[in-house]
Every structure is written in C-alpha cells, then in structure tokens.
Design a binder for this molecule. Sequence first.
Ligand SMILES: [Fe+2]
Length: 294
Amino acid sequence: MPLKFTPLQPQQPSFAAQASGIDLRKPLDAGTVVEIDAAMDKYAVLVFRDQPFDQGEQIAFSKQFGPLDAGLRKATGAATRFQHEELIDIGNVALDGSIAAPDNKKLIGVLANQLWHSDSTFQDIPVKYSMLSAVVVTEVGGETQWADLRAAWDALPPQTQQEIGGLSAWHSAFHSRMWLGDDKYSDEQLSRFPPVERSLVHVHPGSGRKVLFPSVHCTHVSGMSVPQGRLLVAELIEHATQAQFVYTHHWRAGDYVMWDNRSTLHRGKRYDLSARRDLRRTTTLERSSDQAVA
Ligand SMILES: [Fe+2]
C-alpha cells in the first residue's frame, strides 16, 4: 500500500493530515524520508495510527530526520526511566513505574505542557520536528492540540502584520514554569539556558510561508515595556489558537504524531493526573540547511 496523506479536517486542507500505508518501525528508504519531509512542509502535523514503538524503535525512526535533542533535562538534570537520553517523558509515570504522586516534581512539566508553546524555542540551537508516541492514554482528557501559525499569520489584518513584522521576542526555558509558581531553580540551572531572542514572524524554509511565532516561553518583546510585550504576545496567541486554526488529537495507544515546531503551537489538554498516561517524545534539531529565515 503506498504512503498516503489525508487531511484530517476538510476545512483545513493544508494542516494536519493522517498518514497511512507505512510501518514506521522498518527503516525508511531515502525517497520515503523526502516524501515525509515534503508532507511535513505542507501539513505541519502528521498522524500515524497503529505504530506501537518500543524505545529503541522510536529513537531509530526519529534519527532518520536529524540529530536528536534531550530537551529541558539538559538544565534540570532530572533522572529518566528510559534507556535513551533522547526519549523525553511526557506523562505522569514516576521513575519506579508507578503513577507520579501529586508532589512529584515531574508533574510541573506535565502542567507546563498545557500552555501553548513550540518545543525548545528557548535554546540557541533551534529544534525542528517533535514526535509523540502514545503508549498508555487516559480515557478522558489529555488530548493534544496544534495551531497552524502559517494560517494565523495569513489571517492577521495587514496593519497588524506591518506592526509586528520586524519585532522579536525573548524566549526563556523557565518562564512558563515560573508562571505556574515553580521558581526554585539554581543560578547554575538558569545559566544553562540563557534567554534567546527570536523574530515574532519568520519564513518557514520548507514551504516559504510566513509564520506568526508567539509562545508562552516569551518573556518580553524587544523595544517594548515588559507588560506591553506580554500583552502583545498573549493577544497573538489568542489569535493563533482560534478554533479555525486548531487540530485536536484524541489519542489512542499506538498513535504516533509528528509536528513541525517552526510552524505550529501545541498544548496538552487537562486530564486526571491519578490516571496513567505514558507518552514519549523525540525531537530533532534543525540542521543549518533547515534554518528558518527571519
Ligand atoms: Fe511541547
């Protein structure tokens, strides 16, 4: 069966497609990698069903799309229950395999994921794709939503496009966590991720489309007072996450979703933290040939 991509929502023919006709656990030939890259440039989010990866298989699949990043654990130094540094634990399973207790520090990451963001925009080497493998899902809640930041840019009034076209914002790894009240980080931890300045609008290198790029990781906007900048970012996130730009994924065990962080925002939806949820993320770094243009 040939690899096929079908948009998941008729009203968004260029955003979020289901991919079928492929077993991701088998090594891809070069042509298939190119085909998936082209589909990512077009749709930004790809959903694959029935791909029950083990840890090693997910790492092997992900590496075909670039070098992998270990995420915020580079700063927090938190222990992992996985065999691979580059598998990022998205869920509420503690190191010993039990469901994390309410006071478990890892839950702050679960909660921070419920705010609209693109992964790791706070580090100087930007990331490209993230991928989530669903191992155990909750019956209720825990959906993931993605917003199309290309369509969000296209829909802005020309005057707003002109106003923000040359602006840049500072991204910090700890901003969303501090906003949630988690502010006990050492100077050493903070120094591992100094804030990074990024354009509020960039051109996606694969599609050539302009992208509006706000995030909960933004602390302030260059050339604006802190409150003015934060209100502008909040307004832009509110704009970009209107229903017509959003795809909501209802997880099934075995689902595998890939997305392009350079053209989307995402967030997890709230769920009962006493119910087991085990999702595993891998994230590729941008290569110099992939870099977005400011
Ligand atoms: Fe994320």
